[in-house]
Unconditional design. Structure first.
Length: 144
């Protein structure tokens, strides 16, 4: 399993970056772009996912990193909730909703599995990133 030396190498961060790009694209749509409150909130939530992964990685301890990953997890849920508002207001299509929802959910799963990995390997001196889906017992990851 490779050692991560930069936050840009974390698969969850890469997915969060993709999600942020998609959210910015969707919020540039005509009706969505005029709802300044929702547009700003969903953009900030998407940016928060990737930012908290990066900030946590650069912190001094694994415990702090796990805390920041938890914040990123919450921001991912916030994006999904706001996607429902955008869908209900007809700012985005059902297909756009599904694509963004699935990407946000993928980031969430990656974060949850990374947290589980870090917790189960708390004695590790370096952070490691096995693969995008962080092979951890599915039952344990979903219960978090």
């Amino acid at each position: 399993m490779p050692t991560i030396s930069r936050f840009e190498d974390i698969e969850a961060w890469k997915t969060a970056r993709e999600l942020t790009s998609l959210v910015y694209e969707l919020t540039n749509h005509d009706k969505f772009s005029r709802d300044f409150g929702l547009k700003d909130q969903i953009r900030r939530a998407a940016v928060s996912v990737m930012s908290n992964i990066a900030e946590g990685f650069e912190n001094q301890t694994q415990a702090q990193f796990i805390r920041y990953l938890g914040i990123a997890k919450g921001s991912s849920a916030e994006v999904r909730s706001q996607l429902y508002v955008a869908l209900d207001q007809s700012y985005i299509s059902a297909g756009e909703f599904q694509k963004a929802y699935e990407l946000s959910n993928k980031a969430l799963r990656q974060i949850v599995r990374f947290i589980a990995y870090l917790v189960s390997n708390s004695q590790a001196s370096q952070i490691r990133d096995e693969q995008a889906e962080y092979n951890v017992n599915e039952t344990d990851a979903e219960s978090r």
